[in-house]
Design a protein around this ligand. Structure first.
Ligand code: THU
Length: 159
């Protein structure tokens, strides 16, 4: 038996002003689109902003449904919209924000497992790491690749 350790690196920023300017602008876009989420059932509004390698910024938010599983998270709405609109452009960065009762969540928002899997596919598809910015009132986290969100993931390499 052998034990191995998997390390992830997480950068913590105290507030949005601390972020490099391109990240700050992307996160501001994520915050803006959060307010347009369709989340009448959970009241949890999530917004995402994706920067593509062609310079385009694509925005999306969570879309709920009275048949709950038919809704979709902000990350996948945005990622699929980006891939559908610009199928040859790699995702460089995704910024994610969330609000409850109109206020930014205190703890940084963490993508669900399904969204992590979709982001992992997007990395492999274009063979580039995706930076991930997770917004919160108390701190903002930045990860330099999906491996940090989803280690030991399933991928086409296993097929
Ligand atoms: N949600 C997202 O959009 N992204 C996440 O990372 C977590 C959860 C949405 C799904 C649902 O509309 C609401 O938040 C509550 O789970």
């Amino acid at each position: 038996m052998q034990t191995t350790e998997i390390r992830i690196v997480v950068q913590e920023f105290e507030n949005i002003e601390e972020l490099p300017v391109a990240d700050r602008n992307l996160l501001l876009e994520a915050r803006r689109i959060t307010s347009q989420a369709y989340a009448p059932y959970s009241g949890f509004h999530v917004g995402a902003a994706i920067l593509l390698d062609n310079g385009q910024i694509v925005l999306g938010n969570n879309q709920e449904n009275s048949a709950y599983p038919s809704g979709l998270c902000a990350e996948r709405v945005t990622l699929f919209y980006a891939n559908a609109s610009y199928p040859n452009s790699a995702v460089k960065t995704i910024a994610i924000s969330a609000s409850k009762n109109g206020a930014l969540v205190e703890e940084p928002v963490k993508p669900c497992g399904g969204c992590r899997q979709a982001l992992a596919e997007a990395e492999l598809r274009f063979e580039n790491s995706i930076r991930i910015i997770l917004d919160g009132r108390d701190k903002i986290l930045v990860l330099n690749g999906v491996e940090s969100l989803l280690p030991l993931s399933f991928s086409k390499k296993s097929l």
